[in-house]
Design a protein around this ligand. Sequence first.
Ligand code: ADP
Ligand code: MG
Length: 596
Amino acid sequence: MDIIHLLPDSVANQIAAGEVIQRPASCLKELVENSLDAGATRVQVIVRDAGRTLLQVIDDGIGMSEMDARLAFERHATSKIREAQDLFSLRTMGFRGEALASICAVAQVEMTTRRKEDETGTLIEIHGSDVVRQEPCACPVGTNIKVSNLFFNVPVRRKFLKTDQTELRNLLTEFYHIVLVYPKVAFTFVHNDEIILELPAGTEKQRIEAVYGNPMKNVYTSAFVEVKTETELVSIRGFVIKPENATRRAEQYFFVNGRYMRHPYFLKAVQTAYSGMLTADYQPSFFIYFDIAPESIDVNIHPTKTEIKFADEQTIFQILMASVREALGKFSLAPTIDFDTQGNINIPLPTDAPVSRPQLTVDTSYNPFHTRGAIYPDRAPKNWESLYDGLSETRDLEISTPRETAIPDAEHAPIWQYDGKYILMPSEEGLLLINQHRAHTAVLYAQFMEQLGNAQGAMQQLLFPEVISLPQDDMILMEQLQPDLRAIGFDLEQLSPDSYSIQGVPAQLAQQSPVPTLQHILTQVRERNADTRQEWREQIALTLAQNAAIPYGKTLTETEMREIVEKLFALPQFRRTSDGKTIVSLMTDEEINKRF
Ligand code: ADP
Ligand code: MG
């Protein structure tokens, strides 16, 4: 007997719906995006019980014909693309043609719609993919779609919904992402009969003010300066906060061609532009809008994901950083000394340099962040004030102590690899022997700690999510570590009382199987009895660094060696790993000469 059969459409749609519509917020996003794609100038959102019982979106867009009203709910039915090629010139928010099909598979939907050329409109009612009614009706031009009892037929999904407060917050977050890019469209948001937001059509600045500030006073946006740059590749405009107005909790928004996006790499560009200007833990708020030819971005990643790939990320990074810097005061006074431009820089060895060696002195006031602000931007000194008073130079390098040990010029000094294990490099006093794996571990450790501190780990989505099953004590530990694991780039979702699904991993670990890495972290945290947040962050960072660092036996190119060494010497503590192992050892000229 044959055992394979095709799933009925209703079942297939319900499965697909799990992908697209995970919670009321994703449903709202799809509906509002459709209204915008339909050219609406006014969009009303009406919600009940955080979207559980009702999500309604009313627009004055182009509406649909009788036939299209029915077709719209079929899977892969779209008016927005016709062929694969169109994917590369997208000007609309939607294109997959699966949102309405997904929504109607898991809810009770009633829609009325009318085009301006039609005298009567159409009413259609669909419950769990079954059309229960379609008839002509009298209605205004535009579309009015009412989604009731979301997940009425998927109890599991319903159970996974969070409290009303959380779901409402999620709804508003999605809503903000959209309204901030469509300032010319008027929006209202009503929850349980109460008007939560009323946004008149206006400029971007007015919209930002209306969402985050007070449109009557314009205090919020006066804390920002404008960014505006046009290049052939990309146009960048928007608002970035004046450094003195930065706070711990920042609003950080990137939009590209009218779409919200997350972009950790570009975030780094903005942070770099601020380096040296913010106090510790402070983050810049910004609203930055990119316009770029649609062919040079790929939005086709996943309907619920907000990452977008750019063809020319490095160039855009530079343009972005430069335009933010310019906006912040033409020339940033952020320290810019680095190995690339300055050649030999003398940096004293840190405090554990052996006292027996006369040529080493210890400069306890040495602060690496003063000279290499870009690496730890948020710990750099607060010297932004100078931006606003005539751009006077106030560089404060604090590195000129006498008789310090010279760090070799990592860019030009000769460099070799020995035994697949060590990097050798001459310095003023002798030959430096650098353990390659430990050096890279230390560099990555510092990066991971920084990312944990500001929750900016770069995540790589897994094509095939993996499942990790754990005993109860580890499940508890896992729950405790979750915020930090997320911060570093793990995308985890509890699957059952004893398992998690791993949907994304820190980008640096994309090549590795995530289950052993996570187990390794849990073990380390348990074995080291790490029980403060700081301690377990250290364990997470160290374990990840060890896992991701280049192994012994790996042949390194010269560029790779230089990069590691340069980054290593930029660390405040480069002689030993955080768990106390030697990274750099100096064979002095004296020792070498004695051998002969
Ligand atoms: P997509 O937006 O990816 O095309 P959807 O399932 O969201 O797919 O919508 C299917 C089609 O239904 C759209 O392509 C559009 O033609 C039509 N449609 C959906 N919502 C509206 C609306 N509010 N106004 C006019 N047409 C709409
Ligand atoms: Mg759509």
